[in-house]
Design a protein around this ligand. Structure first.
Ligand code: GLU
Length: 405
């Protein structure tokens, strides 16, 4: 197969090269050891405690090392997008003292703009960049077009299930993997929609070791599935987009939820195939609560305390929530606080290694206790001002009484 020819056939309009991208997004000039971290939420509109935990982890790693934290909006799944979600996220996080040095930002009129030279920071505006790398992979024989229809894929999955085999597009099921050029040309000429797939060289029977900053040494199985990189509308999947972005935005640490851990073998492969240096990974476990005698994940549907708006309505001062999250994130934080009751939270040395790899337990009584300590260190005037502000929004009767006397 002439891969160069195939690449031109699939991406005739892509004239820029990975070298051009390297020039456009130069390496950052930061001191040795400075962390570049990010938050890369999908704009779904719901800001929760998990976002705050992730944000605080990212923020501490970046800022305590003299690095940078940026905000990237992962809006490649238009179905999940909620209008105004990015604005809400920025506002909520800044309310809790988490500020981004760079990325999607709000101007004084509340409009989103790109702050920094590594943008656009919205994935939907980076299609041309992803296509440069898609073309490169095709040229190198590391990606190929697949013209399978939904029906074909469903039939394939059903057959795999019936055979009690792992489902997915791999091995003999990867029917477009080694198709002759004539078939591809004919399908293109017939105007059939196609997706771009990764040509995996992994072996589902082989394992390798990987070091995660929270989870420690992990043994993971190689990926042998030819996952989709570009959907039929040319929009990338999360996997492909995040690899390109994290590289070009010069990210050193990827802090994200551990629901991404199963995709990690594929991500590592992808970084290697693209010729990118692998960032360090910080996979945060879920927030859980006790339900009777067993633990379960906090859920959006069942647990109002997952939403950040809840803490404001309940009247917890901002530093209380931050302080509480820190006790959840780092097991030695409380000892430090006892020894340094008046120190700025920022002078605590945060370590991802102190996160509980299995996830953390949300404990309301503990939050109240931490908050009590925080409030006890506040001045009377401050307590009054904050109480009044809260009451004006959530208990107007009480606000009137406070103001009268
Ligand atoms: N868009 C992904 C999410 O919201 C981001 C994961 C990541 O931080 O890489 O889960």
């Amino acid at each position: 197969m002439d891969y160069n020819y195939l690449a031109e056939l699939l991406f005739p309009d892509v004239t820029e090269t990975p070298e051009d991208m390297e020039k456009r997004f130069p390496k950052r000039e930061l001191p040795e050891g400075a962390v570049v971290s990010r938050m890369a939420p999908s704009p779904t509109g719901f800001v929760h405690l998990g976002n705050l935990m992730q944000g605080l982890t990212s923020e501490r790693l970046a800022h305590q090392s003299g690095g940078i934290m940026y905000l990237r909006v992962e809006d490649t799944d238009a179905k999940r997008e909620v209008k105004g979600a990015t604005e809400t996220l920025i506002e909520m996080l800044s309310h809790y003292g988490i500020f981004f040095d760079e990325g999607a930002a709000l101007d004084e009129n509340g409009k989103i703009y790109d702050k920094g030279i590594y943008g656009p920071y919205k994935q939907s505006r980076r299609a041309a960049i992803y296509h440069v790398y898609a073309k490169k992979l095709v040229k190198e024989g590391k990606a190929y077009p697949c013209f399978c229809t939904e029906e074909e894929l469903t039939a394939m999955r059903e057959q795999q299930e019936a055979n009690k085999e792992t489902t997915g597009y791999y091995g003999k099921y990867a029917i477009w993997r080694d198709r002759p050029l004539e078939d591809v040309q004919a399908a293109l000429a017939a105007g059939k929609p196609w997706v771009l797939r990764f040509r995996s060289t992994g072996d589902g029977e082989r394992q390798f070791k990987f070091d995660d900053l929270v989870k420690g040494k992990l043994t993971v199985t190689e990926n042998n599935v030819d996952h989709v990189l570009l959907k039929s509308d040319g929009i990338p999947t999360y996997h492909f987009a995040h690899a390109v972005d994290d590289h070009l935005m010069r990210t050193t640490h990827v802090v994200r939820g551990d629901e991404w851990l199963p995709s990690l073998p594929f991500h590592i492969q992808l970084f290697q195939a693209l010729g990118f240096k692998l960032p360090k990974y910080v996979h945060i476990g879920p927030l859980m609560k006790m339900d009777g005698s067993s633990k379960r994940k906090l859920s959006k549907r069942k647990d109002p305390e997952l939403a950040l708006t809840y803490y404001k309505a309940e009247g917890f001062p901002i530093p209380s929530v931050r302080e509480y999250i820190m006790t959840v994130l780092n097991s030695n934080f409380e000892d430090w606080r006892r020894a340094n009751p008046d120190a700025d939270i920022e002078s605590f040395k945060f370590s991802p290694k102190k996160l509980n790899p299995a996830g953390s337990l949300f404990d309301y009584a503990k939050l109240v206790d931490v908050s009590k300590n925080v409030i006890s260190r506040m001045g009377a005037e401050d307590v009054y001002t904050q109480l009044l502000e809260w009451a004006k929004e959530f208990d107007t009767d009480f606000a009137a009484k406070l103001e009268a006397d």
